[in-house]
Design a protein around this ligand. Structure first.
Ligand SMILES: Nc1ncnc2c1ncn2[C@@H]1O[C@H](COP(=O)(O)OP(=O)(O)O)[C@@H](O)[C@H]1O
Ligand SMILES: [Mg+2]
Length: 273
């Protein structure tokens, strides 16, 4: 179980990105985090794996307080947290199999030199994961030869290769067409159920969140203004979350997303070193 207790984040620039956010995510539950651009969705996800340092509050994963961890313990705890990104963050010139195996190392840079150290059980597990995400026939293809949907499947398999206790997923379908988006959401939700994995999924697309999430948390200006089943997401509730904006066309944050992701990946690699 993941528990956020009174989590707040104020950036140095003075933006209060999160204010007093408390949230419990039990095992196996997949929470869709929705809200307008700038609401704090990415900040919330990044506080959990400490890509962003929370200003105040607690974050507990299976009883371990993630906020007070030193560098070495943080590195260990981060292995328990699988990240899935909008832009996949694959190593383009490596094979699908190599990308999945890299999940075994967390986000260690220069991990290529470790490649030959994987034992047979790691490789067998990677094949099982590729089979689960429907890419067994693509194991030896280069990542840059895949479609967007296939790339996101590799991203999912890589996160699972970490054997995580939690999945954090930031806009997983924002670069995909509607049909592929539904397939990816279905795969993600099935996998969380199978593995009893808790997950937080940032998602712009309200219809998609409605269709696949068991629970929806709405953020607005850094505060939780909705926390309920998808069926409770009425027009009124959507207005509370998005204001008078057109909630069906909430795709504005996408421009900053790729840049923020590159930043996040760089930071993960630095701490892995
Ligand atoms: N690195 C940063 N430095 C300063 N302010 C930031 C930073 N990242 C995000 N913010 C601000 O924090 C707020 C929440 O942003 P973010 O978490 O990216 O929202 P969302 O993912 O919901 O679009 C916004 O006002 C944004 O401008
Ligand atoms: Mg975001």
């Amino acid at each position: 179980m993941l528990e956020l207790i009174s989590l707040s984040k104020t950036y140095r620039t003075g933006d209060a990105a999160l204010s007093d956010v408390s949230l419990q995510v039990p095992k196996g539950q997949i929470v869709g985090l929705i809200g307008p651009s700038g609401a704090g969705k990415s900040t919330l996800i990044r506080c959990i794996n400490r890509l962003v340092e929370p200003s105040t509050g607690k974050i507990e994963l299976g009883g371990v307080d993630l906020v007070t961890l030193g560098r070495r313990d943080l590195r260990k705890q981060r292995r328990r947290i699988g990240m899935i990104f909008q832009e996949y963050a694959l190593v383009e010139r490596l094979t699908v199999m190599e990308n999945v195996l890299s999940g075994r190392l967390g986000y260690v840079p220069f991990w290529r030199s470790y490649l030959r150290r994987f034992d047979a059980s790691d490789i067998q597990r990677a094949y099982q994961l590729l089979d689960r995400v429907g890419l067994l026939d693509h194991a030896d293809k280069r990542a840059d030869a895949l479609s967007g949907g296939q790339r996101q499947r590799v991203g999912i398999a890589r996160a699972l290769a970490q054997d995580p206790d939690l999945l954090l997923v930031d806009e997983p379908t924002a670069s995909l067409d509607p049909k592929t988006s539904r397939q990816i959401m279905r795969l993600l939700t099935e996998i969380c159920t199978e593995r009893d994995l808790p997950a937080i999924v940032n998602i712009h697309d309200v219809p998609l969140a409605r269709q696949f999430m068991q629970r929806i948390v709405g953020l607005r200006a850094g505060q939780i203004v909705f926390d309920d089943a998808p069926t409770a997401l009425t027009e009124d509730a959507l207005t509370r979350i998005y204001g008078a904006e057109d909630w069906d066309a909430m795709r504005k944050g996408d421009i900053d997303q790729a840049e923020a992701e590159n930043d996040a990946i760089r930071q993960l690699a630095e701490v892995g070193a």
